[in-house]
Design a protein around this ligand. Structure first.
Ligand code: RB5
Length: 149
């Protein structure tokens, strides 16, 4: 798969560990955000990851900041993005099964590498359930985005 990953200064180390894991698994990685510790505005990386997924240059996105909150808010402003901020693998799994999430976000100051690896692997390996009620609700979310009823 092609994975877009982006981060701010709080998440450089964790991002690098995840990139190493993804490359070893045979994925192609698009690297956005920063690669050093100087202060970096997370909305830039969130927008870049969101746009790569929205434009289908990437299959999925991973976005990491200190808490995961700010960068998930930025991702979710990009049309077509369903970004889930989470700290556990169960939420990551259900975000795929129920919400067809296309970007996973978490905080480098909140979780450690092992939990992050578990979240990423669960997210990338869980299909959307295709449940009728879930399809309907996702459409309702995007109707909000498009200012429809
Ligand atoms: C940066 O200090 C911090 O605010 C950012 O990484 C993130 O936690 C924002 O939501």
């Amino acid at each position: 798969m092609i994975i877009a990953i982006g981060n701010d200064h709080a998440a450089v180390e964790l991002k690098n560990l995840i990139v190493d894991m993804l490359v070893k698994q045979g994925h192609q990685v698009m690297n956005f955000g920063t690669d050093d510790s100087a202060s970096y505005d997370y909305p830039l990386a969130g927008k870049a990851v969101g746009e790569a997924v929205s434009k289908k240059t990437a299959d999925f996105g991973i976005a990491i900041c200190g808490t995961g909150v700010g960068i998930s808010l930025a991702c979710n402003k990009v049309e077509g993005i369903r970004a889930c901020c989470c700290s556990d693998a169960l939420t990551a799994r259900l975000s795929r099964e129920h919400n067809d999430a296309n970007v996973i976000c978490f905080g480098a100051r909140i979780i450690g590498p092992e939990t992050a690896f578990e979240i990423v692997n669960t997210f990338l390996n869980t299909p959307f359930s295709q449940g009728e009620r879930h399809i309907r609700r996702i459409k309702m979310i995007h109707d909000i985005e498009n200012n429809k009823k």
